[in-house]
Design a protein around this ligand. Structure first.
Ligand code: SF4
Length: 332
């Protein structure tokens, strides 16, 4: 494992001050919270910080459900959020996305703030035996373009990186218009989750809009008429501990047997969680019959760019949307 010094600051302000001095991504000083992703990357020498700043005990871990919606302290674990009765009842897409993520052991340790900031599962990024990876070594190229790209994105890619975003939770939260509360050296600010992650463009190593030292403090999900009738469908290569090939987070408001309002975000297909507003608009007023659902889902393909091995995702995501809408629509 890559060796490092562990800092245990007395409070969050001290932690932010330590991290803020060190620059943006893959800096010589990085945060560590649950550590489930960071430790893997240290073991494989993918990340090589000189110092890690522990956030243990410095962040809120409360889960609060009220008339305004849901507020999740960033240090709440995946398991705690997934098992919370208010989340299960009023925001089922969140609980389902978490339960379909990782293993029980990882869910008990990993924080939800860290889950949103986990790094891509692109095998070329995670194996330093491959030299060409612009995300790990800026300017080195992209081994996935022209290489094995079955797991990679069809939306939001560039000629510098086609890595898919790995978080299931982020997809569910984007469908519910969640907002991230961020704290940093210059104070606090709110960032819509849909804007937290950057497209790779020509700087794939810079993955979020967070400034040096900024930390996710909480995630807020506003109360919404679509949240209760929601569902997360994940298609993956095996039934346990696997990342999404394609996923669909769907949240619906129904008017009798017709869809009044639909929110849909896709996972496994974008370089960040991917909303499909054209599908959402087409579902407005639609019944839950197969034909109108398939017609609306077909619109998701607009702008998709396969790279060969991942071409199948373009049809698979349409099928995932249809099934997820059917499931959500059937809920009471
Ligand atoms: Fe690296 Fe991105 Fe290419 Fe994967 S897709 S090899 S993460 S640059």
């Amino acid at each position: 494992m890559h060796p490092f010094f562990l800092e245990r600051p007395r409070d969050l302000e001290a932690a932010i001050a330590l991290r803020a001095q060190a620059g943006r991504n893959d800096a010589p000083v990085e945060y560590i919270a649950g550590g489930t992703d960071m430790v893997q990357l240290l073991q494989e020498y993918v990340r090589r910080p000189e110092r890690l700043v522990s956030l243990a005990g410095l962040l809120d871990n409360r889960i609060e459900v009220g008339p305004q919606g849901l507020r999740l302290g960033a240090a709440a674990t995946m398991a705690e959020v997934a098992a919370h009765p208010g989340v299960i009842e009023q925001f089922p897409v969140i609980s389902e996305a978490l339960l379909e993520s990782a293993s029980p052991q990882v869910r008990n340790q990993a924080t939800i703030g860290g889950n949103l900031l986990q790094r891509t599962r692109c095998p070329y990024f995670r194996d330093v035996g491959y030299e060409a990876c612009n995300k790990r070594a800026p300017g080195s190229g992209c081994a996935a373009i022209g290489g094995e790209n079955r797991w990679h994105a069809v939306f939001g890619t560039s000629e510098n990186c086609i890595a898919a975003h790995p978080s299931d939770l982020a997809v569910a939260l984007v469908a519910l218009d969640a907002v991230v509360e961020v704290k940093g050296a210059d104070g606090e600010r709110a960032v819509p989750l849909v804007d937290l992650h950057r497209l790779p463009a020509d700087t794939p190593h810079i993955e979020t809009v967070l400034e040096p030292g900024e930390v996710i403090a909480a995630i807020v999900v506003p109360a919404s008429p679509v949240a209760r009738r929601s569902h997360y469908l994940k298609v993956r290569d095996r039934a346990s501990f696997e990342f999404a090939v394609v996923s669909a987070a769907v949240a619906l408001e129904m008017d009798g047997t017709r869809i009044q309002q639909a929110h849909i975000a896709l996972g496994g297909v974008g370089t960040k969680p991917w909303r499909v507003p054209q599908v959402e608009a087409a579902l407005g007023g639609a019944s839950l019959d197969l034909a109108p659902l398939q017609k609306a889902a077909a619109l998701a393909a607009a702008g998709a760019q396969g790279r060969g091995h991942n071409d199948f995702k373009i049809e698979l995501m349409q099928r995932a949307i249809v099934r997820a809408v059917e499931t959500a629509g059937a809920r009471a």
